[in-house]
Write a protein that binds this ligand. Structure first.
Ligand code: ADP
Ligand code: MG
Length: 278
């Protein structure tokens, strides 16, 4: 036990010193950096192994438009997006990605899940998918699970990530909510959240954490959290989101973080090459 504590402390200090020089949001995990030592690797591996296992139902996910459990034509737009994300995030030493949209129903959660399962097929990359649409959580229902605790409880300091998160395969952790939370903006804005996220990153060393966020133009939850991520992906729904909405969101987000790009989702008239219409 002591050995694990020592290893975690070492991992934490290595990462903290690395982060101080590069990223303002203090993400902790090294992305494809040389391992600081076998003992640290072992501690991280053990921490992941202890998370409760989640077995995905391919049929259920397919019905929810999650197409990336396996490779293939439907997965390929997400695999391309995944590769670009990894490259950009590595280059910039970024580790936290938020996914948001101007209004509800544009496909944030669907894109977040597709990216997460696509990343899970990259066995050298550890990913955490964290649900922060705390007023209208949806991921647990989509995945067909009922977490005993909410991820909001972890952020609030009332539960441990180790008891809350689920593990898909060896390298994807799912931090979900079974029910909605009161006062999410206060929670997301508070200093405790930054501290708790850093603590999770110190133990689980994710290369990438994807935050499935609320829509931007309905409340201020996203902007309360924007300063805590390295970059954002904006999801627009074809035939629904306006250019003005994208512009407004992009401008607001750019004042706090890096906008990686806009994903046009739900296109009905795309060629076969584009798979699911993303
Ligand atoms: N590309 C798509 N094609 C068809 N249906 C989609 C697509 N993306 C999302 N959906 C569906 O649209 C609805 C809203 O998607 P969701 O990801 O929950 O949006 P958000 O998280 O932005 O509120 C869900 O029923 C989802 O299955
Ligand atoms: Mg959603």
């Amino acid at each position: 036990m002591e050995k694990i504590q020592e290893a975690l402390a070492k991992a934490r200090s290595v990462r903290e010193s690395r982060d101080q020089t590069v990223s303002p949001t203090a993400p902790v995990a090294p992305m494809a950096q040389p391992s600081p030592g076998v003992t640290v690797d072992e501690a991280v591996r053990l921490a992941w192994a202890r998370l409760e296992r989640y077995d995905a139902s391919p049929e259920r996910l397919e019905r929810a438009h999650v197409a990336t459990l396996k490779g293939g034509p439907d997965a390929s737009p997400f695999d391309v997006m995944r590769t670009k994300l990894i490259q950009t995030m590595r280059t910039n030493n970024w580790h936290r990605l938020a996914i948001t949209s101007p209004s509800a129903g544009c496909g944030k959660s669907t894109v977040a899940l597709n990216l997460a399962f696509s990343l899970a097929r990259q066995t050298d990359i550890r990913t955490i998918l964290a649900e922060l649409d705390l007023r209208r959580p949806s991921l647990a229902k989509t995945l067909g699970v009922t977490p005993a605790r909410n991820f909001a409880d972890v952020l609030d300091g009332r539960a441990d990530f180790a008891d809350q998160a689920l593990r898909f395969g060896d390298n994807l952790a799912l931090a979900l909510n079974a029910s909605s939370t009161r006062n999410p903006a206060e929670l997301l804005h508070g200093g405790g959240v930054a501290e708790r996220l850093s603590a999770i990153e110190a133990i689980y060393a994710p290369d990438l954490t994807i935050f499935d966020m609320p829509p931007m133009l309905i409340n201020d939850d996203m902007m309360a959290f924007a300063g805590k991520v390295d970059c954002v992906l904006l999801i627009a729904a074809a035939e629904k989101t306006t250019v003005k909405e994208i512009d407004t969101c992009e401008r607001e987000l750019s004042s706090q973080t890096n906008v990686m790009g806009v994903v046009l989702n739900k296109c009905r008239y795309m060629g076969e090459d584009y798979g699911y219409g993303y």
